[in-house]
Design a protein around this ligand. Structure first.
Ligand code: SF4
Ligand code: SF4
Length: 159
């Protein structure tokens, strides 16, 4: 399905998430489903929580016990293939890459978008990080209802 539509299957997506007791802490979700020569995620992680290994074409693997959910890998991935996800009470909190203008502002409510590009919910902007190291990719922290943990992937402006 990925090759035909660019959209991963539900099984592919779920394979990158972890059990609920793990997801109560923020974890990087590595949605990299192709064997491509790429490794900025591995080299950018200050905790060595992402493993690709000697063959650079190998898909990255997360070591969840080591990942702190810091989000550094999110803005280092040229394919925008990484988000950080966490369950906080009845909310799912994400750190996502965002490269469009205007940059969302804290407290705003945007549209929550799934992997098919459809609107699924409201998404509250919790914070934004954008500095020179990130090369115009903002790290946006956003929360949505917890039932969308496996569906939400990005935001769209309401205006
Ligand atoms: S979120 Fe931080 S700790 Fe986790 S894999 Fe990414 S860079 Fe490493
Ligand atoms: S940086 Fe992104 S595209 Fe490259 S291997 Fe890592 S997850 Fe995949």
């Amino acid at each position: 399905m990925l090759n035909k539509t660019g959209v991963p299957t539900k099984e592919q997506v779920l394979s990158r998430f972890f059990d609920q007791e793990v997801m109560i802490k923020p974890k990087a979700i590595l949605e990299c489903y192709e064997d491509i020569p790429c490794n900025p995620c591995e080299t950018s992680c200050p905790f060595d929580a992402i493993v690709i290994g000697e063959n650079i074409n190998t898909q990255p693997q997360l070591i969840p016990d080591v990942c702190t959910g810091c989000g550094i890998c999110v803005t280092s991935c040229p394919g925008l293939a990484i988000i950080v996800a966490q369950l906080v009470g009845d909310r799912a909190v994400f750190k996502i890459p965002y490269e469009f203008l205007p940059v969302p502002q804290k407290g705003e409510v945007w549209l929550g978008i799934n992997r098919q590009g459809n609107v699924i919910c409201d998404a509250k902007i919790e914070s934004i990080l954008l500095n020179k190291k990130q090369d115009h990719t903002a790290l946006v922290t956003v929360s949505v209802p917890g039932l969308y943990l496996h569906d939400f992937v990005t935001i769209r402006s309401k205006s």
